[in-house]
Design a protein around this ligand. Structure first.
Ligand code: SF4
Ligand code: SF4
Length: 206
């Protein structure tokens, strides 16, 4: 299967890649263990990222649930990028994708260019849920790379996101991504009020 259409993607200018790096599929790996993940992070082209789901419980109110996965790294983002404004994929070059088809993250390989609306040949939720079996392994890698738990990294990332908003530092965002992020922030301030306080404090110290 090869959906690549370099002519159409060149004309488009890589709109999908300007929004965010594409995500790996579990099926991209013959073996997926800590060593493989460390090696990928060492290439500087991949990050551990997360997808967030907002959940509501009658007792505890709103809460985010995170699913960790691997994704092509975005510009100015680190190897552990659990919660941030999305940004252009760092592997987008003037000649298209840095990765050849064999090494490109699966969600990019399975994206079908179309002049009206590009689409995928897989079920996004199904692919995401396949990462469930690898959550503990990815959390261990996060700890080994940062010395922090995934919860601690997420809070630190949220403080940075708040800080950037308070300082109007989000020009890299597409309009659609900015709207998504802003809608999420309404919940964040209730779920993580301490992060907002900390972002204000850091702003005052400058
Ligand atoms: S897949 Fe679609 S959005 Fe992405 S570069 Fe090609 S034509 Fe543009
Ligand atoms: S890895 Fe390649 S196809 Fe995927 S977003 Fe980056 S440049 Fe685009």
């Amino acid at each position: 299967m090869n959906y690549e259409n370099k002519v159409m993607c060149k004309e488009c200018g890589g709109k999908c890649c300007l929004n965010c790096g594409c995500t790996y599929m579990v099926s991209d790996f013959r073996v997926l263990n800590k060593e493989v993940v460390h090696n990928l992070l060492n290439t500087q082209r991949v990050s551990i990222s997360s997808s967030q789901f907002l959940m509501e419980s009658i007792i505890k109110g709103y809460k985010f649930h995170y699913i960790f996965q691997l994704r092509a790294r975005n510009i100015d983002r680190g190897e552990i990028d659990l919660f941030s404004f999305t940004n252009t994929c760092a592997s987008l070059t003037s000649n298209g994708c840095y990765f050849d088809l064999k090494h490109r993250p699966g969600c990019g390989v399975h994206l079908i260019p179309d002049k009206d609306d590009c689409y995928v040949d897989y079920d996004s939720n199904e692919e995401l849920f396949k990462w469930f079996n690898y959550q503990n392994m990815l959390k261990e890698v996060i700890y080994e790379r940062t010395g922090m738990t995934s919860d601690e990294v997420i809070k630190e990332d949220i403080i940075k996101a708040y800080y950037d908003i308070l300082n109007d530092n989000y020009e890299c965002l597409s309009k659609a991504n900015a709207e998504d992020m802003m809608s999420m922030l309404c919940y964040l301030k209730d779920i993580y009020p301490e992060c907002l306080d900390e972002a204000y404090k850091r702003g005052r110290k400058k």
